[in-house]
Design a protein around this ligand. Structure first.
Ligand code: GLC
Length: 718
C-alpha cells in the first residue's frame, strides 16, 4: 500500500481516528474485552467511531475477523484496525509473572516464552502486545513490581531485549506480533511505592538505572513505546518533550509509534500540567505522542488547534504515517486478518508443549531461600502429606493473564494430587489470606491437626495474586499476623514443613524466617501453578532461581537495593546501629535476602576471581575467571554473577553493579572455570560530563552467586 498516497486522501477526522484507540466498552455493544482502566463515556460520533485506528484489549480468531470486516466496510478508505492487548506473561498459556521470569536469570527462556505467547496471540488475531514492561523497581510497596523483572538495569535490559525478540522475531517470522515497551519512563520510581505517584529523579539516575531497559528494547527493534502515567521531574511523561522527543526519538533514533497509557493524555489536566483537553492534545501531539488511548482530546480538539496554528498538519501527518506504516508492514491492507485462524488456534493454543514450557519456566523461577536440615525436597513416596494455607485451592494465575483463564489453572491441591497419586493428602486453610489478617485460632487448630498426622507439610503462604498489579500498592508488606501464627503452629507440629511463598513483590519474611526450616519463593507461576509447586516441593526439579529484587528485613528499609551508594559514613560493613554512621536504631541496614541470592540442593564453591591482566588498557579487554565446584552429591545449576565497582569517579558510584552472569550446570563433584570478558564498555556511566564514558581509575571485580559478596580482585583502567 502506498501509505503516503493514502494519507493524502484522508480527511482530518480519519487522520485523528488513526491516532485514537478505544476498548470494546466503547466500540462494541455485543463483544466485551479487557477493562484495564476507568470506564469512560466518550461521546464519540458515528463518523468518529467509523475511523478509529486501533482496538484495546480484544483478541479472538473469529471475532477480530468479523470486526475487521465491519470496520473496513464502514471506513471511507477501508483502513484496517490494529488489535492490541496486554499479553505480559502468556496469552492463554500463562507462564510465571515477569518478576518470576526475572528470577530465572535466563533471557533465552524469556525469549522462548515470549515466542510461545506470540504464537497463541497471533492466531487469535492480535497484532500488538503491550509488553515488555521494563520499569526498574526498587520499592516492594508498589503493586506493579510483579510486572517487572526487578531492580537491576543490566538484568532488565537483557530481559527487555529477549522479550522483543521473542514477540517480534524481527517482524518477518510467522506469528510475529509487535511489542510495545512500557512504561516510558521510570514508572517504578513512584514515590512511596504508591501507584501513579510522582517521580522525581535526577537525569543521572534516569540514565544509569531507569532508562537502559527501554533503550535495550529500542535497540532490539521494538515497534512501539508506551508513555507512563507519572510525572518525570515535573512534566507528565505523556507530554514530556525531553523524554519523548529529545531522548527517545532524537538521541535513540526511535521513529515508530508512541502510544499513551490509558487516559494519560487527558490526565495531564489532572496533573495540573494542561489547562483543558485542548491543551492536553497540543502538549501530547507536539511532544511526539502518536496514539491517544481511551480519551478523545485528539479527535475533539486538534482541528481547532490546527486552525489556530498551534499544531501543524505536518505533525499530525507524521504521527498518522507511523501508524499506517505498522499496518502496512504487518500486511494488513492485503490481509487484514493477519494470522487469525480458528483452526490453528484450536491446535496451537494451550497445547501440551506450551504448558510444559510454562511449567519449566515456573520451576526455573522458584527461589530457595533456606533449607535447614534438608527438609526439602519432601519425600514423594510419603503416605500422608498435609497441604496447608489460604491459597491451596485458589486458581491463582498472576496479574494481567491476557486470555488466561483461572478455570484452567492447576491449583496447589490439584498439583499435589497429580504428583502424589497414592498419598493421603490432608488439607486445611489455616487462615483466609486477606490483607492485615489477624489469627483465627480455630482455623489454626484445624491446620495443626493435619500437620500432626502428616509425614511432611507443604505450607503455602504469601499474598493472593489479586493483591499485586496495577493500583495494588501496600503500606504493609509483612507476612500477615494470621500467617505468622499459622506458620509457628504448623512448624511446631511438624518439623518436616516447607513454606512456599506466593507473591508478586518482595515481602517481609523476617518473622517466619526464624520459624520455618525451609522457605521458597514461588512468585505466581501461572497456569501450571500447582504442578510447579508439587514438582519443587517433592524434588522433581532442583531450585536454580535467583532474587531479581532485594527482600527487606522491614518495610522501613524500602526502597532497598543492592547497588546502593556507600555514603560518607558507610555502615554496610558493620551492619549494626553505630552512632554517626548511616544506620537505623532499630534494624540492620542489610536486607533479609539480597539481590541475586538463591540456593540449590547442590552446593557450589566459587573461587576468588583471577584477572588475566592489570592494568586494562582502553580498547583492550581482560578476562576475569573463577573456578566453580559442585561440592555436593547432587547435580545442580548455578548462576555465576559478575559485579564491578568503580572505586572513585567524577560522580560517586554504587558499591557494585551487575555486569554479567553465566548459568552453569555441574554434576555432583564436578568443577569448571567460568570466564568473563571485561572491557571499558562495561565501565561506562553517565559521568559529570553528561555523557556515557568510562573514566580511568581503580576498579574492583566481584564474582559470586549473589550480590552480597566481599572478596574481589582489582584492576586499573588506563
Ligand atoms: C493500563 C496499564 C498499562 C496497559 C494499558 C492498556 O492502565 O497501565 O500497562 O498496557 O492500561 O491496558
Amino acid at each position: 500500500m502506498d501509505i503516503k498516497k493514502l494519507l493524502s486522501q484522508m480527511s482530518l477526522t480519519e487522520k485523528l481516528g488513526e491516532l485514537s484507540q478505544y476498548n470494546m466498552g466503547v466500540l462494541s455493544t455485543t463483544e466485551t474485552g479487557d477493562l484495564t482502566g476507568p470506564a469512560n463515556d466518550l461521546k464519540l460520533t458515528k463518523e468518529e467511531l467509523a475511523v478509529v485506528g486501533s482496538v484495546l484489549g480484544y483478541s479472538s480468531a473469529e471475532g477480530t475477523k468479523k470486526m475487521q470486516d465491519e470496520h473496513i466496510k464502514n471506513h471511507p478508505h477501508g483502513i484496517p484496525l490494529l488489535f492490541m492487548q496486554d499479553i505480559i506473561h502468556g496469552y492463554r498459556t500463562n507462564y510465571p509473572i515477569p518478576l518470576g521470569m526475572g528470577a530465572t536469570f535466563d533471557p533465552n527462556l524469556m525469549e522462548e516464552c515470549a515466542r510461545m505467547s506470540a504464537k497463541e496471540a497471533a492466531v487469535n488475531g492480535l497484532h500488538v502486545t503491550f509488553n515488555p514492561m521494563v520499569d526498574l523497581a526498587r520499592d516492594a510497596r508498589w503493586g506493579r513490581c510483579m510486572e517487572t523483572t526487578g531492580e537491576d538495569p543490566y538484568l532488565n535490559s537483557l530481559m527487555s531485549a529477549a522479550q522483543v525478540r521473542g514477540y517480534q522475531s524481527d517482524m518477518n517470522k510467522e506469528y510475529s506480533i509487535a511489542a510495545c515497551v512500557k512504561h516510558y519512563a521510570a514508572y517504578g520510581a513512584a514515590e512511596a511505592g504508591r501507584d501513579y505517584n510522582t517521580v522525581d529523579v535526577s537525569e543521572r539516575s534516569l540514565r544509569d538505572y531507569y532508562l537502559p531497559a527501554y533503550k535495550a528494547a529500542v535497540d532490539a527493534g521494538v515497534e512501539m513505546v508506551m508513555s507512563s502515567f507519572n510525572l518525570v521531574n515535573g512534566v507528565p511523561s505523556t507530554g514530556n518533550k525531553w523524554l519523548l522527543d529529545d531522548v527517545l526519538r532524537k538521541e535513540w533514533g526511535f521513529d515508530k509509534i508512541l502510544i499513551s497509557d490509558y487516559n494519560a493524555v487527558y490526565e495531564m489536566y489532572d496533573h495540573g500540567y494542561a489547562k483543558d483537553a485542548k491543551d492536553c492534545a497540543e502538549k501530547a501531539i507536539n511532544a511526539g505522542m502518536d496514539i491517544e488511548m481511551m480519551t478523545t482530546c485528539y479527535l475533539k480538539e486538534i482541528p481547532a488547534l490546527i486552525e489556530e496554528g498551534k499544531v501543524s498538519m505536518e505533525t499530525v501527518d507524521k504521527a498518522v504515517l507511523r501508524v499506517l506504516d505498522l499496518k502496512n508492514r504487518l500486511g494488513l491492507f492485503e490481509n487484514p486478518y493477519y494470522y487469525a485462524d480458528k483452526e490453528k488456534a484450536d491446535k496451537i493454543v494451550f497445547c501440551d508443549e506450551h504448558r510444559a514450557l510454562a511449567r519449566l519456566a515456573g520451576e526455573k523461577s522458584c527461589v530457595l531461600l533456606k533449607n535447614d536440615n534438608n527438609v526439602l525436597p519432601l519425600n514423594e513416596h510419603s503416605k500422608t502429606v498435609a497441604l496447608i494455607g489460604p491459597f491451596i485451592e485458589e486458581p491463582m494465575i498472576g496479574g494481567w493473564p491476557g486470555a488466561g483463564s483461572r478455570n484452567e489453572v492447576v491449583t496447589p491441591l490439584t498439583g499435589v494430587k497429580n504428583l502424589l497419586k497414592d498419598a493421603k493428602i490432608l488439607t486445611a486453610k489455616g487462615c483466609n489470606g486477606t490483607l492485615k489478617e489477624q489469627p483465627d485460632y480455630k482455623m489454626i487448630k484445624q491446620a495443626v491437626k493435619c500437620a500432626k498426622k502428616a509425614e511432611s507439610v507443604v505450607l503455602v503462604l504469601g499474598e493472593h495474586d489479586l493483591m499485586a498489579g496495577e493500583g495494588k500498592s501496600k503500606t504493609d508488606i509483612n507476612i500477615t499476623p494470621a500467617q505468622v501464627e499459622l506458620c509457628k503452629a504448623v512448624c511446631k507440629a511438624n518439623k518436616n514443613t516447607a513454606v512456599f511463598i506466593y507473591t508478586g513483590r518482595p515481602l517481609v519474611l523476617s518473622e517466619i524466617n526464624d520459624i520455618a526450616p525451609a522457605i521458597a519463593i514461588i512468585w505466581q507461576p501461572g497456569t501450571e501453578n500447582g504442578n510447579v509447586l508439587a514438582n519443587m516441593a517433592f524434588g522433581k526439579a532442583n531450585f536454580s532461581g535467583k532474587l531479581p529484587m532485594t527482600f527487606p528485613r522491614a518495610v522501613g528499609q524500602v526502597p532497598i537495593y543492592y547497588n546502593f551508594y556507600t555514603t560518607g559514613r558507610p555502615n554496610h560493613e558493620h551492619d549494626l546501629p553505630i552512632a554517626y554512621r548511616s544506620a537505623y536504631q532499630d534494624e540492620r541496614n542489610s536486607p533479609l535476602y539480597p539481590f541475586g541470592y538463591g540456593l540449590s540442593y547442590a552446593k557450589f564453591e566459587i573461587s576468588d576471581p583471577v584477572l588475566s591482566s592489570n592494568p586494562l588498557k582502553r580498547g583492550e579487554t581482560l578476562t576475569a575467571s573463577v573456578v566453580v565446584k559442585n561440592v555436593s552429591d547432587v547435580d545442580g545449576e548455578e548462576t555465576v554473577q559478575l559485579y564491578i565497582k568503580d572505586c572513585y569517579a567524577s560522580l560517586a558510584r554504587p558499591i557494585k553493579e551487575l555486569k554479567g552472569f553465566k548459568k552453569v550446570n555441574l554434576k555432583a563433584g564436578e568443577e569448571t572455570t567460568i570466564c568473563f570478558e571485561i572491557s571499558e564498555k562495561q565501565l561506562e556511566f553517565f559521568t559529570a560530563n553528561n555523557v556515557f564514558e568510562a573514566e580511568n581509575g581503580d576498579f574492583k571485580v566481584f564474582i559470586s552467586n549473589n550480590s552480597n559478596v566481599k572478596t574481589f580482585a582489582t584492576f586499573k583502567l588506563i
